[in-house]
Design a protein around this ligand. Structure first.
Ligand code: 5GP
Ligand code: ZN
Length: 144
């Protein structure tokens, strides 16, 4: 791993992928690793990472992104079938502004059990009335 493309020796998830730091592994293949979050938001909170270092979701190659989300889907299914979760949140934070603290792409798979669990993961629309949605749609489309 250490000589693989995109390895950052100062990155904690690179060290986990390299086996230098232990983790509670739940899935591994050539490209993807999944393990339990050390500071879980709920019982079974898992993280899915590419073994290769990419700073965030926006720069991950499509083939690896597809593989990572396939693993996230399997883990979500297992949280429901094995842990009794009623659903889950699949979240990836991009940059500090959005809550990303580890600068190595990862997907959170957070099982949900109780509607009153206090987890605030919903982004309520607060400014919709002030926004010109048709103009915004055009702006985004120009970048695709
Ligand atoms: P972020 O805030 O970047 O979206 O998520 C980073 C996640 O990584 C956090 O939920 C945090 O608890 C988890 N985390 C940080 N360091 C470690 C570690 O060394 N081991 C494990 N298993 N999880 C970690
Ligand atoms: Zn890394």
């Amino acid at each position: 791993m250490a000589n693989k493309h995109n390895f950052d020796p100062d990155c904690i998830f690179c060290k986990i992928a390299d086996g230098k730091i232990p983790c509670l592994k739940i899935y591994e293949d050539e490209d993807i690793l999944a393990f339990l979050d050390i500071s879980p938001s709920s019982k079974g909170h898992a993280l899915v990472i590419t073994k290769e270092h990419f700073a965030n979701f926006l720069v991950v190659p499509h083939d690896l992104l597809a593989k990572a989300y396939e693993v996230a889907q399997k883990i979500g299914q297992a949280q429901v079938s094995q842990l009794g979760a009623k659903g889950c949140n699949i979240i990836t934070n991009v940059n500090e502004i959005a809550g990303q603290s580890v600068k190595h792409f990862h997907i959170h798979v957070i099982p949900r059990y109780d509607p009153n669990d206090g987890l605030e993961l919903n982004f309520k629309p607060k400014m919709i009335e002030k926004l010109n949605l048709p103009v915004l749609a055009e702006e985004i489309k120009k970048g695709l």
